[in-house]
Design a protein around this ligand. Structure first.
Ligand SMILES: *Cc1c(COP(=O)(O)O)cnc(C)c1O
Length: 376
């Protein structure tokens, strides 16, 4: 394989729930969940059943034909948005979902875009143009013209950047890749108001915060706003490659037949997995559990010596360290049988599957405390 990922520290061969096993037979508590993707953990029976039954019936049809799972999933997602006029486009990844939003925004007749510094929106050329991280962009310039990046959480900077030429504004409800950065409470409401004033589409990139991760379906609901576009991927397919771009209100009818597409997008198997995920989360009242566990994690982790700040919502948590390098602590956690990742130099990110139990959370806290103590 190419060196774009560097050399991974281990190879994983098996998993059940929150526990994964490497090629040497060592077990780990998976507190990263495939980067917020294995939303129901590994080998979840509901996903296994849905996928195996669907692949044995009909695996792929292309988008020249309809099939029931994609329609059923689109209907579920529309209900979750609270806008019965919303319409869904399926793809495979977060980058593609944001590419679709970017193309959709061109149909407003405008081309300018405002995004935020530090935000991550994907690696394809269009999505990379939206991504606000210089180190990921520099080698690939020039990117799409007309994208302005303003500081995340700064409503005055946003107001100064959005004009009547802006096609769209894209924001993550919480910056995920940048280190789990939570904006001020009224930020999304302010951005919504600015977009309304200037007639720009508000695109919420819920790729990482979506599917219950933060304790509501898409990560922005607490704000009470209604976006024009929601992009999803990561947890949407419960580990299978599935992304979606949902357009609400008037933007739902911007794409005309033939204007966008994806061969695999929303195929019968990935959408079967996603339906199983949504049904499980609803049936087991997982969102309430995620809120409760997130509050507990934040409270407990903040008391550990060497921790500067704990940020996040639900089961998307960033632990900012006082002096230690996040990568050193992540390596020590791995040696002690826990997987997490360093979102930046000083922040460890946790994104365990939403099925994580209270005792597994306590086990994580105990191991983290021990690792931090040994590091002092
Ligand atoms: C991961 C991520 C993406 C990109 O998703 P891919 O599936 O890797 O293309 C986009 N936006 C956000 C917020 C993400 O966390």
């Amino acid at each position: 394989m190419q060196n774009n990922y560097g050399t991974p520290p281990l190879a994983l061969v098996k998993g059940k729930g929150i526990v994964v096993e490497d090629s040497d037979g060592k077990l780990y508590l998976d507190f990263l969940g495939g980067i917020a993707t294995n939303i129901l953990g590994h080998g979840h029976p509901a996903i296994v059943k849905a996928v195996t039954s669907q692949i044995s019936k009909l695996g792929h049809v292309s988008n020249l034909y309809a099939h029931p799972n994609a329609i059923a999933l689109a209907q579920r997602l529309i209900v979750m948005t609270g806008d019965k006029n919303a319409k869904v486009f399926f793809c495979q990844s977060g980058a593609e979902a944001n590419e679709a939003a970017l193309k959709l925004s061109r149909k407003t007749g405008r081309t300018k875009i405002v995004a935020t510094q530090g935000a991550f929106h994907g690696r394809t050329m269009g999505a990379l143009s939206l991504t606000g991280q210089a180190n990921k962009r520099e080698a690939f310039l020039p990117l799409i013209k007309g994208v302005k990046h303003v500081p995340f959480g700064d409503i005055d900077a946003m107001r100064g950047a959005v004009t009547k030429k802006s096609a769209m504004v894209i924001v993550e409800p919480i910056l995920g890749e940048a280190g789990v950065i939570v904006p001020p409470d009224d930020y999304l409401r302010g951005v919504r108001q600015i977009c309304d004033e200037k007639g720009a589409l508000l695109v919420i990139d819920a790729v990482q915060t979506g599917m219950g991760r933060t304790g509501d379906w898409f990560g922005y609901e607490y704000s009470g706003i209604k976006p024009d576009v929601i992009t999803l991927a990561k947890g949407l397919g419960g580990g299978l490659p599935l992304g979606a771009m949902i357009a609400l209100g008037k933007s739902a009818d911007l794409f005309q037949a033939g204007e966008h597409g994806s061969t695999f997008g929303g195929n019968p198997v990935t959408t079967a997995a996603s339906l199983a995920v949504i049904e499980f989360i609803e049936a087991k009242d997982i969102l309430a559990k995620v809120q409760r566990q997130g509050a507990y994690l934040i409270q407990e982790l903040a008391m550990i010596e060497g921790v500067k700040e704990v940020r996040g919502a639900g089961l998307l948590i960033g632990i900012e360290l006082e002096t230690f390098k996040a990568s050193d602590v992540v390596n020590a956690l791995r040696e002690n049988g826990v997987l997490a990742n360093a979102a930046n130099e000083s922040t460890i990110r946790l994104a365990p599957a939403l099925i994580v139990s209270d005792s597994q959370i306590d086990k994580f806290i105990a191991i983290f405390r021990k690792v931090m103590k040994n590091a002092q």
